[in-house]
Design a protein around this ligand. Sequence first.
Ligand code: PMP
Length: 311
Amino acid sequence: MSFDEMDVDTIWMDGEFVPWDEADVHVLSHGLHYGTGVFEGVRCYDTDKGPAIFRWEEHLDRLYESAKPYELDIPYTREELTEATMELIQRQELQSCYIRPIAFYGYEMLGLNPSECPEQVAIAAWPWGAYLGEEALEEGIDVAVSSWRKHSSSQIPTNSKTTGAYVNSVLASLEAKRNDYVEAIVLNKEGNVAEGPGENIFLVRDGEIYTTGLAESILDGITRRSAIQIAEDLGYTVHDEATISRGELYTADELFFTGTAAEVTPITSVDDTVIGSGTKGPVTDALQTKFFEIVEEQPTEYEDWFTPVEM
Ligand code: PMP
């Protein structure tokens, strides 16, 4: 669905609420030319206890941390960004939505050193359903190992959600779609499994759960952390610093992606090789069911994962 088809009209930009169509930047902005920005993707769920932002504090932590390597000082406090986001949701009456905060170097000059450029910040929110489709959540998806490798964390810090770095994800996504797959799996420079273009990956073998470690050039996904916690709470053994070889993908009992957009999505084939039974596996099902129960019900045990929005 395009933005034009959505019932949204306001963006918070550099301290003010502006009409959606007027949230512009200069064409010579540093961030546009060199990708010197950092961003977040967050979901607000319409829970039984009212709209609530899922793991907002963790997303804020990651936004400020992402900015650090670029010496980008976000000129707003956590409280200011929180207040802006709340009001943005209230003004547009969004019961559930996807939230996109972005901070980037703006317009001043185009030398590579951005220190003279102003730090700009914007937040948008819009309705966004299942990223890979409702059917994907039930039936699972066909994925392919990309011919593009993930850049190593020694080249571009992969624990920073840097705008420019996403060309890697775009290349992998384009290739997957061109070849009729729903999504890609990207290997790291060593040739081991890293993640999806916008998802972390989990593998199930003999009832235990494995996910690639932070040293494998992945983003420290917040849904990844949530899935690890949920799995442990359900009594599973989770190996969260795993190195997963390409070969292990094909022989896994189950595979699934996690991400703010993708939530918990089963993977049913890799490079046309059927994974396990070729349907959503029992461990994936247990975890996915619990995940959706949590974001729908906002249960007391997981209350600290939510920031309520007063409507
Ligand atoms: N890896 C990459 C490259 C991503 O872009 C994302 C989406 N932010 C993820 C993993 C999943 O992270 P999260 O669960 O925090 O959305």
